[in-house]
Design a protein around this ligand. Sequence first.
Ligand code: DNO
Length: 395
Amino acid sequence: MQETWRWFGPEDTVTLEQIRQAGASGVVTALDHIPTGDAWSLEEITARQSLLKENGLEWSVAESIPVHQDIKLRTGNYQAYIDNYRQSLTNLGEQGIRRVCYNFMPVVDWTRTNLNFELDNASSALRFEMSDFVAYDIHILQRPAGASDYSQAQLSMAAERFAAMSSKDKTRLESNIIAGLPGGEGSYNRQGISKAIQAFQDIGNEGLRSNLFAFLADIIPTAEAAGVVLAIHPDDPPFSLFGLPRVVSTAQDARAIIESVQSTSNGLTMCAGSYGARSDNDLVAMVNEFGPSIHFVHLRNIQREADGSFYETQHLDGDNDIVGIINALLNQEASRRQNNTPLTEIPMRPDHGHAIGDEKNDPTVRPGYSFAGRLKGLAELRGVIHTLTTLGQRG
Ligand code: DNO
């Protein structure tokens, strides 16, 4: 597996030198300054790639090329945005950047309610708390159809929670949910998010799924010609938010995507933290089943709670069998080597890390993307990879 590190571009407080010192050889980055929907020009791609090269690093994965909401709805300017998307794939391929991560989440990208959840060892983690989310949806956003999307028990927990919130708590909760997290697409105010939600209100799971499949049919031939593989990122969290559809949350969703356009270019990102937030996803079984389609891996762990809440644990703690997942990925790489399959090595990045020490109070540290926290995660994961590789993988 190639060790990679997510970098948010020249304005990232983590330097390329630090990334090398952390031990990564690849960088996962995106041209976030280009507006969603515009094409990534060759000049812009080359400039970012040269910067990485000068620092001894490879641009391993473009994460993400965001998909414009018009494409997800197949309305408005979607055709022009798809043409631009194709152009970006062609340009990346021309520069030898062959892996592209994207997602198909409606309205909001990855979502948490608490960005400073204090752990027993006093580091801080990201958390999704169901009652807080429902409290926001029902009592702050006051989404008209909201109440019908929750059980009575959820609604009364949320009412209790809301009653106990200070106005500062409410402001913070709103900003955590709708202002956008690092690398995520979409930042809203209250009115804006209500409008965006409305646009997706009637499309349903089948509507969103068919728009995803149509998008794949549109872009996969271009990706193939460019030598690029796409890796769809799962929904995070992997269940409906704001009553909106979700189509990349389960093994069945992943299977349907792969089958919709049969091509190596139509692949998956195995994000352990996202898929792992559902107890009905067996991640080792998913890697075994979908192995040839997995082109990128996010390794992260979570602790699930009965009501759907979860928080991000240390990389080797929590509910995910990280050793089992890595073992299955190494087996997949071995079979690619045996069959002379291109793109043998699967890039992985330590996904998120805790804020440790001074990082907890440092406003320049992006939530989930601390240096020390990810460094610790990467070191632990490297230990697992090294041990499995040295001792020989399990069958
Ligand atoms: C969160 C990340 C997301 C992810 C995008 C993929 O930490 O996993 O930002 O990159 O949702 O499109």
